[in-house]
Design a protein around this ligand. Structure first.
Ligand code: GYE
Length: 330
């Protein structure tokens, strides 16, 4: 009887130790929930961590840098094993990320890479090629206009994301680079809609009052495009026809708008970072080497017609949204 008891207790102890060794605590400082892309990104990373059996400490920054700084400091106090970080803007992180380094907590940068990345220590940075995405937005419209025989001068507006976020800075760079190749596109408005539907709608409302004629809207994310569509309809115009609308992200709501004829195209930017995070942490745990900077190759462009060649550094031909809408999960 005594022997059995000793055996059972030893087993409990061994299992307990094993469980403890694998139970990592992973903290995630996320920007907020400003868009469908962000929601998909949060859900995907959270689910992957939970599936791996690790503990998640999640903090929603509600679009405020000071909230994110406070969250990072609290992660340090809690002594978490890993920190995942996406910064709402590019600047102002050096002090707190140095504190993370001093606490010896491995840092993984997701999505937006802060300006101080060259002076702080991080294990891996994973993001999209935002310049390429911005380039494709304009190139798609330029080639689409050509394909429907519209070679007259057109007025275009750029609705930018959160000012100072790498997705805004780089998509703007890509937008302007491609505009140089299409002299028939005249830039008549450029303003931030903060990556949200509500601000996208408000910016479009004010443009429709102050600009005589808008032919093309480049919205640096789909949520702003969807907000703008509401404003265009409210002004008695037909979105997708009177104003050609190109978004970015390729969320399901944009596919639906394209299928409904309200929007014309959206550029892919994947939010699905979960598998990458798990792989990176497993490799770090095993002491394996891997690439420090991973830029995700953006795959698709989805639109109302299909067959438009609109790649920049990588060739890509658009696919009709109606043909793939059922496969889109988010
Ligand atoms: O496009 C937008 C989100 O940083 C790539 O942020 C991300 C962008 C995405 O709010 O919808």
């Amino acid at each position: 009887m005594k022997k059995v008891l000793v055996l059972v207790l030893s087993l409990v102890l061994v299992l307990g130790l094993a469980a403890n060794a694998s139970a990592l605590t992973v903290a995630f400082s996320q920007i907020g929930q400003e868009s469908d892309w962000r929601t998909a990104n949060t859900d995907n990373v959270k689910a992957a961590i939970e599936e791996a059996g690790w503990e998640l400490v999640y903090s929603d920054g509600q679009q405020k840098q000071e909230n994110q700084i406070a969250a990072l400091r609290s992660f340090i106090t809690q002594g978490v094993d890993y920190i995942l970080f996406t910064g709402v803007v590019n600047t102002g992180w050096e002090e707190v990320l140095t504190e993370v380094n001093d606490a010896d907590i491995p840092l993984l940068l997701l999505d937006r890479i802060p300006d101080c990345a060259d002076v702080i220590d991080y294990k891996v940075a994973f993001g999209g090629d935002f310049v390429e995405e911005g380039y494709r937005m304009v190139k798609w419209a330029g080639e689409y206009l050509k394909s429907i025989g519209r070679d007259e001068e057109v007025n275009v507006v750029i609705m930018e994301g959160t000012t100072g976020a790498s997705a805004q800075v780089d998509r703007t760079t890509g937008n302007l680079k491609a505009l140089e190749e299409y002299p028939n596109m005249k830039l008549v408005g450029q303003q931030s809609g903060n990556f949200t539907r509500a601000e996208g709608q408000a910016v479009m409302e004010s443009w429709l009052k102050s600009i005589d004629k808008i032919d093309v809207l480049f919205a640096q994310n789909d949520d702003m495009a969807l907000g703008a569509i509401d404003a265009i309809k409210a002004a008695g115009l037909v979105p997708g026809q009177d104003i050609i609308i190109v978004g970015c992200d390729s969320v399901k709501a944009a596919f639906e708008a394209i299928v409904a004829g309200d929007m014309n195209a959206t550029i892919e930017c994947t939010p699905l970072y979960g598998p990458f995070v798990i792989d990176a942490i497993n490799k770090l745990e095993a002491g394996e080497e891997f690439d420090k900077t991973v830029i995700h190759p953006e795959e698709g462009v989805y639109d109302c017609v299909g067959g438009i060649e609109c790649g920049g550094s990588v060739a890509v031909t658009s696919v009709k949204a109606a043909d793939v809408i059922d496969q889109r999960q988010y």
